[in-house]
Design a protein around this ligand. Structure first.
Ligand SMILES: Nc1ncnc2c1ncn2[C@@H]1O[C@H](COP(=O)(O)OP(=O)(O)O)[C@@H](O)[C@H]1O
Ligand SMILES: [Mg+2]
Length: 258
C-alpha cells in the first residue's frame, strides 16, 4: 500500500508518518518513506542522523519529462530509489522531494509532479509499504500530489479549524479517487476532545482510524532531535501510532502476525 499522511501544519503528520514507517520496518516490511514536504524533516522522525540527511540529494526534477504521450519518468522508480534514497533504521529507504537551499530558485511544481509520478509508478509488493509525509494544507490537492496513493490519512488536532481542514482534505482526497481515506486525531487530551472530533468526522462520513494522545515525550524527543520511537518506544503516543499502523494493515487486508 501507499499511504499519504496529510493535514494542517503542526498537526503531527511527520510524527505519525515517520513512526508508522518505523513500525512497519520493525515488522519486517520493506518501507519506502517519501518526504514530500518542501521543508523536509521526516529524516529526524525516522531516526536518521542530521549529517546523513544533509548529505542526501533530493530527487532531481529533470527525471520527469513531457513527451507526446504525456509525462514520463526517465528512470524506473526502483532505480530512482536505488540512486537517490538514503537509508534509515530497519532498512527504510528515504526519498526527499526537494531541498530549497537558495532563495529565489522558483516554484516547486516540478518537484511535486516528479513525486506524484514516482508514487504513480511504484507498485509495492505484498511485503512493501510506501509512506509519504505530505506538505501541510490543501495545495497538494490542487497539484494532485497524493493522487496515486491508495490511502490518505487526514490528521487533525482536536480544535475546530484543524478538524475542518482535515475534513476538507479527506473530501479532496476522495475527489482525487483515493481508495481509502481516514481521519486520525492527534494530541488528544481527554475523552471529551475525542468525542467532539469524532462527531465532526462522522457527520461527513469519514472513518476515524485512531487517536493519538497528547504526549510530552514526543515534544521532548523533538526538542533534542530524536525519533520518538527511539527516545521512548513504549510512550503512549508511539503505542497509539503502532495501534493505528496495525489497524490500517488489517483494514487493507494484510495478514498481520500476532
Ligand atoms: N501526540 C503528540 N503529543 C505531543 N506533541 C506532539 C504530538 N504529535 C506531534 N507533537 C508535536 O507537535 C509539533 C508538530 O509535529 P509534526 O509531526 O512536526 O507536525 P507536522 O508534520 O504536521 O507539521 C512537534 O513539536 C511535535 O513534537
Ligand atoms: Mg511535517
Amino acid at each position: 500500500m501507499k499511504v499519504a499522511v496529510t493535514g494542517k501544519g503542526g498537526s503531527g503528520k511527520t510524527t505519525i508518518a515517520g513512526t508508522m514507517a518505523r513500525v512497519y520496518a520493525s515488522m519486517g516490511f520493506r518501507v519506502l518513506a517519501v518526504d514530500a514536504d518542501d521543508n523536509p524533516n521526516l529524516a529526524i522522525t525516522l531516526g536518521i542522523p542530521l549529517e546523513k540527511f544533509e548529505e542526501g540529494k533530493p530527487i532531481p526534477t529533470r527525471l520527469l519529462v513531457r513527451s507526446s504521450t504525456g509525462l514520463r519518468l526517465l528512470m524506473k522508480p526502483e532505480e530512482i530509489v536505488r540512486k537517490y534514497s538514503i537509508e534509515g533504521p530497519g532498512g527504510i529507504k528515504l526519498l526527499i522531494m526537494t531541498k530549497i537551499e537558495r532563495a529565489g530558485i522558483g516554484c516547486a511544481c516540478g518537484s511535486h509532479a516528479t513525486v506524484r509520478e514516482i508514487i504513480h509508478h511504484i507498485v509495492p509488493g505484498p511485503n512493501e509499504i510506501v509512506v509519504i509525509d505530505m506538505e501541510p494544507g490543501l495545495e497538494i490537492f490542487g497539484r494532485a500530489t497524493p493522487k496515486y496513493a491508495n490511502v490518505v490519512l487526514a490528521v487533525a488536532e482536536p480544535y475546530f479549524k484543524s478538524v475542518v481542514t482535515a475534513v476538507k482534505i479527506a473530501q479532496l482526497a476522495q475527489d482525487l479517487g483515493v481508495e481509502k481515506v481516514y481521519g486520525v486525531v492527534n494530541k488528544v487530551r481527554s475523552e471529551d476532545e475525542k468525542n467532539l472530533v469524532l462527531k465532526v468526522f462522522e457527520r461527513y462520513g469519514i472513518k476515524v482510524l485512531g487517536f493519538v494522545p497528547h504526549d510530552d515525550t514526543v515534544y521532548t524527543a523533538d526538542k533534542y532531535g530524536y525519533a520518538p520511537i527511539d527516545y521512548k518506544p513504549d510512550c503512549n503516543a508511539v503505542k497509539a501510532i503502532r495501534g493505528i499502523a496495525l489497524k490500517l494493515l488489517v483494514d487493507m487486508g494484510y495478514v498481520v502476525p500476532r
